[in-house]
Design a protein around this ligand. Structure first.
Ligand code: HEC
Length: 172
């Protein structure tokens, strides 16, 4: 019962968001659209993902942390993004005021850094990545998604961020 109310609520929100976006081309409409994307009702575009990646990941350290990150430095971005999401949750439990990373954001941001800086998931293996993701369902689903079904990462495949030395991993 609870679940169906939730579904109706979500549907209502999605419809309201769609109407809001179409009918009110103003800051409120934009806010509704941003919220709908944050909740995963409307997909992030590639541009959204890139600006999110830069804005959401630079509140504690600068973008160099991501741009200089590399295959020798540590686990792939999918794992780092999960850790940062967890870290924010921890800080908030201790009274921090950070906006939590939503699943939709984490999935979009991971693809953005993968596309711009590099994706060395294949070198780590799905099993290890699953372990490191500690039950993070949204990111585990992404880990299982082949590159050609990751629209944001695909769109950025041949791009690289200024300041990054892009790592390209060719699967064997
Ligand atoms: C709430 C603060 C905070 C936010 C937000 C945050 N980070 Fe971090 N990040 C840290 C801290 C703290 C460290 C570890 C200390 C350091 O190296 O500065 C770190 C380290 C890193 C590292 C280096 C890890 C390593 O093993 O060398 C990477 C890469 C990174 N963050 C990526 C990201 C990405 C991607 C995002 C956005 C999804 C993000 N960070 C958002 C706090 C944050």
């Amino acid at each position: 019962m609870k679940k169906s109310w939730w579904a109706i609520g979500s549907l209502f929100f999605a419809i309201a968001a769609a109407i809001g976006v179409l009918a009110i081309p103003n800051p409120l409409g934009e806010q509704v659209l941003a919220e709908a994307k944050y909740r995963g009702y409307i997909p992030y575009t590639t541009d959204d993902a890139v600006s999110l990646a830069y804005s959401r990941c630079t509140t504690c350290h600068n973008a160099d942390k991501m741009l200089k990150y590399c295959a020798r430095c540590g686990p792939p971005f999918i794992v780092t993004v999960h850790s940062m999401k967890k870290y924010v949750e921890l800080l908030n439990q201790k009274g921090g005021q950070f906006k939590p990373f939503s699943d939709a954001e984490a999935v979009a941001i991971t693809q953005a850094w993968n596309g711009l800086v590099g994706n060395w998931e294949p070198g780590w293996g799905l099993k290890n990545i699953h372990k490191l993701l500690q039950g993070d369902q949204a990111l585990m689903r992404l880990a299982e998604t082949p590159l050609e079904n990751r629209p944001i990462e695909m769109a950025l495949k041949s791009k690289s961020a200024p300041g990054a030395h892009k790592e390209t991993f060719t699967p064997q």
